[in-house]
Ligand binder design. Structure first.
Ligand code: PBG
Length: 342
């Protein structure tokens, strides 16, 4: 390649940065509230909303409360249309039965939002058992004859199928399996189809890493594993090419939307997956630890929160994400009304 500066000695890149308006004209990435998804926590033990202790600015709602409806309504008015629901149960057991109960926290919240707000919100239901089980794993632990404990992949799929059908029945537009069991998308697709929910989609957590960035979330959900860790099912942070295998398998199994998670520490993976499968909508989950790094940096006076938040979100977008799942969705939508601060 010939160096452009040698052939075009009069090029001065700074001309394109001279004013905010010029920078806006030549900006390569766009971010609008319509591509943001806000995670929402609903706890069936609560009778009134409670601020989360581990995640600044995040509120946990009772599943059928007017405050939940109001919060979602306000986000809708700001242009945020997607919501990812996480239920927190009053009791936990081995299979996580509150995750597929008709009156479980996620199901009640889905019905409430659907009844009050109609079709406008796009409702995603997180589909996992870690917050609902007494062992805190995303799959069912089993003792092997040799005395070790493993997570039983195929037994877990049967539980996921029940959850999917109950979430579809309660009004989810998309179920979002996050447990990283092999074959989970196919199993869920089959269950939805045979129950008649052919129109309910799947947003698959396809490329989910065993990450330390999930700490604040596990605190809110009380979903940390009670023994061991998640490394036998979530991906190794050292791997990027393996992401292509996971993403491709999920597309073949019937995923409508695929996901990379976390987002900020895995921008290379977002780019890789987007380039390999450009025709599949790609979501990226800007997870709790990434969110809290921004919050804490701002609190300590190390950065302006609004600018730092938008720099992070634009970076995820620039890398290739179509949809960004972020606890900052409402704040970002508000900030974007004044235009990007760059
Ligand atoms: C559980 C699940 C996790 C997150 C979403 N669904 C955490 C985990 O694997 O322990 C993380 C979200 C976040 O940190 O914001 N299957």
């Amino acid at each position: 390649m010939v160096l452009p500066a040698l052939r075009f000695p009069s090029v001065r890149p700074r001309r394109l940065r001279a004013s905010r308006a010029i920078r806006g004209l030549v900006a390569e990435s766009e971010l609008t509230p319509s591509s943001l998804v806000l995670p929402i926590f609903v706890d069936e033990r609560l009778s009134s909303p409670r601020p989360s202790a581990s995640m600044k600015g995040v509120t946990v709602y009772p599943p059928s409360s007017p405050e939940l409806v109001k919060a979602v309504g306000e986000a809708l008015d700001l242009g945020v249309k997607g919501f990812l629901l996480f239920g927190i149960p009053a009791s936990k057991d081995y299979t996580g039965s509150r995750a597929y109960a008709r009156d479980g926290p996620t199901q009640v919240a889905l019905r409430t939002l659907r009844r009050e707000l109609g079709d406008e919100p796009v409702l995603f239901a997180d589909l996992c058992i870690c917050g609902f089980t007494d062992h805190g794993h995303c799959g069912l632990p089993r003792r092997t004859p040799r005395g070790s404990t493993v997570i039983d992949n195929d037994e877990t799929l049967k539980v996921y199928q029940k959850i999917a059908v109950s979430q579809a029945e309660a009004g989810a537009d998309f179920v979002a399996p996050s447990g990283m069991m092999d074959g989970q998308v196919r199993a869920i697709r089959e269950a939805l189809d045979s129950a008649g929910y052919t129109d309910v989609g799947i947003m698959a957590y396809s490329v989910k890493y065993a990450s330390s960035f999930y700490g604040p979330f596990r605190e809110v959900m009380d979903s940390a594993p009670r023994f061991g860790d998640r490394r036998s099912y979530q991906m190794d942070p050292r791997n990027a090419r393996e992401a292509l295998k996971e993403a491709l398998m999920d597309v073949e199994e019937g995923a409508d939307i695929i996901m990379v998670k976390p987002a900020l520490a895995y921008l290379d993976v977002i780019r890789l997956v987007k380039e390999a499968l450009p025709f599949v909508p790609l979501a990226a989950y800007n997870v709790s630890g990434e969110y809290m790094m921004v919050k804490l940096a701002a609190e300590h006076g190390l950065a302006d929160e609004r600018t730092l938040m938008l720099e992070v979100l634009y970076a995820i977008r620039r890398a290739g994400a179509d949809i960004i799942i972020t606890y900052h969705a409402v704040e970002a939508a508000r900030a974007l009304r004044e235009g990007p601060p760059f």
